[in-house]
Design a protein around this ligand. Structure first.
Ligand code: NAP
Length: 139
């Protein structure tokens, strides 16, 4: 699926740990938080950028919060750029996304669509951590 939407190189996390290989990346968007910041930095090119984006939900109190704070602090002292971000949906951004989709430059992947009456099942499916793409609720 990932190749079909344009990826040139795909890593299967069940078979290999990308932080233990020789390849170095200019940009890592970490959606999972199952590697330490130092492991992720080892996989970055010397002036690469790491965005710790979420995950870490096995930590009941802080989720990925500790890594976000750690990245902020480290960012001042290392050659890498470590920048957490928090999405804030804006109409202008959604219009740009819509145009990219219409131009065929971004391919959205919808895993499942639920009616509003089944919103709790939709949330349960996302909470399982293996939704393949996005989960939509129709209103
Ligand atoms: N910063 C923000 O403002 C913001 C906003 C929204 C979401 N987020 C974060 O973005 C992340 C992605 O969200 P999501 O909605 O796409 O849901 P998600 O449930 O985190 O993503 C599901 C996907 O993750 C893959 N996956 C599960 N374990 C993995 C592992 N150990 N290594 C690599 N891939 C793994 C699954 O593939 P398999 O089925 O093959 O395991 C599935 O394709 C979450 O951490 C969320 O908290 C951040």
């Amino acid at each position: 699926m990932v190749r079909s939407i344009g990826a040139d190189h795909v890593v299967d996390y069940a078979r290999e740990d990308f932080t233990r290989k020789d390849r170095r990346y200019d940009f890592i968007l970490d959606n999972v938080a199952n590697h330490s910041l130092s492991d992720l930095r080892r996989a970055l090119a010397p002036t690469g950028t790491l965005v710790p984006n979420g995950g870490g939900f096995d930590n009941r109190w802080f989720a990925g919060g500790g890594r976000v704070v750690g990245a902020h602090v480290l960012d001042r002292f290392v050659s890498h750029t470590l920048r957490p971000f928090l999405v804030s949906p804006k109409l202008e951004d959604l219009v740009v996304l819509k145009e990219l989709i219409e131009a065929g430059k971004v391919t959205p992947v919808i895993d499942r669509v639920y009616p509003l009456s089944e919103a709790s099942q939709a949330i349960g499916h996302v909470g399982g951590g293996h939704a393949r793409g996005k989960v939509a609720v129709t209103v």
